[in-house]
Design a protein around this ligand. Structure first.
Ligand SMILES: C[S@@+](CC[C@H](N)C(=O)[O-])C[C@H]1O[C@@H](n2cnc3c(N)ncnc32)[C@H](O)[C@@H]1O
Length: 236
């Protein structure tokens, strides 16, 4: 697989243009254990997706996760909603959903900040919240908390910063090694770090817990961590 050429313009990163077509190949090279994270969510879904349950996937990209969940929970009367602001991601999602003959996934082409959530049982943000500006995050998290039924769950996976400068340095260096070992060239690793400046804004683990708690979540459990990639299960 050819290395993804990343535009080097500072802060130019987005999920439009040529990205959607190559997204699935490249996300696996840059997000450690991308498929395993989905598998964890699949197993967790059994605890929250009972009869008539509703689940949201925020920033669904090509709908890999919702398709997997729909197949996994086949036969149960449940519904999935995938939201993404990139039109091309929605078009690719529609094609995949149709190809898989799935009827219980709805797609919404919208910025997450504009969504009026229905009452729901499970809300997933798999490496998406980190792309919202810090001022948008608490507003969205409060809406997520409000949307969930009691004992409903919010599953959050995020890239995180180290707890101090030294740990941040070490984690970042190891992450670059990870990318290089997956065939991403040093030039493209550098270009991507320039392109995501001001676009991807990770919080530290402590900052994530603080904002989740402030927005209502009191029951938070780590469900995944590999270097600076972390998953949380938050139960209302
Ligand atoms: C890293 S990808 C998420 C990967 C995906 N959840 C998966 O499991 O494959 C981030 C996605 O979030 C979308 N996104 C980013 N900010 C958004 C926003 N404010 N509203 C809606 N979608 C957004 C992007 O278009 C992109 O498809």
């Amino acid at each position: 697989m050819k290395d993804l050429e990343v535009d080097i313009k500072y802060g130019s990163w987005n999920f439009g243009g040529k990205i959607p077509k190559s997204f699935e190949d490249h996300v696996k090279k840059s997000v450690p254990f991308y498929d395993n994270g989905h598998q964890i969510i699949k197993s967790l879904s059994n605890f929250f997706m009972y009869k008539n349950a509703l689940s949201y996937d925020l920033g669904c990209s090509t709908s890999n996760l919702n398709i997997m969940l729909s197949k996994h929970l086949k036969g149960k009367k449940v519904k999935f909603i995938g939201i993404d602001e990139e039109k091309k991601m929605i078009i690719l999602s529609k094609k995949k959903i149709k190809k898989n003959k799935i009827k219980n996934i709805e797609l919404i082409h919208s910025d997450l900040t504009r969504i009026k959530f229905q009452k729901s049982n499970l809300i997933i943000s798999y490496y998406t919240l980190q792309f919202l500006t810090p001022s948008e995050r608490p507003k969205l998290l409060k809406k997520i908390y409000k949307s969930l039924h009691t004992r409903g769950a919010f599953i959050l996976f995020e890239k995180i910063r180290g707890n101090d400068e030294r740990f941040q340095d070490i984690l970042n260096s190891l992450y670059y090694d990870f990318k290089e070992s997956n065939g991403i060239s040093p030039k493209n690793i550098l270009n991507k770090t320039k392109a995501i400046r001001g676009v991807l804004e990770p919080y530290s683990d402590t900052a994530n817990i603080k904002i989740l708690t402030k927005c209502g979540f009191r029951n938070i459990q780590t469900i995944f961590q590999y270097l600076n990639f972390k998953g949380y299960l938050c139960i209302k």
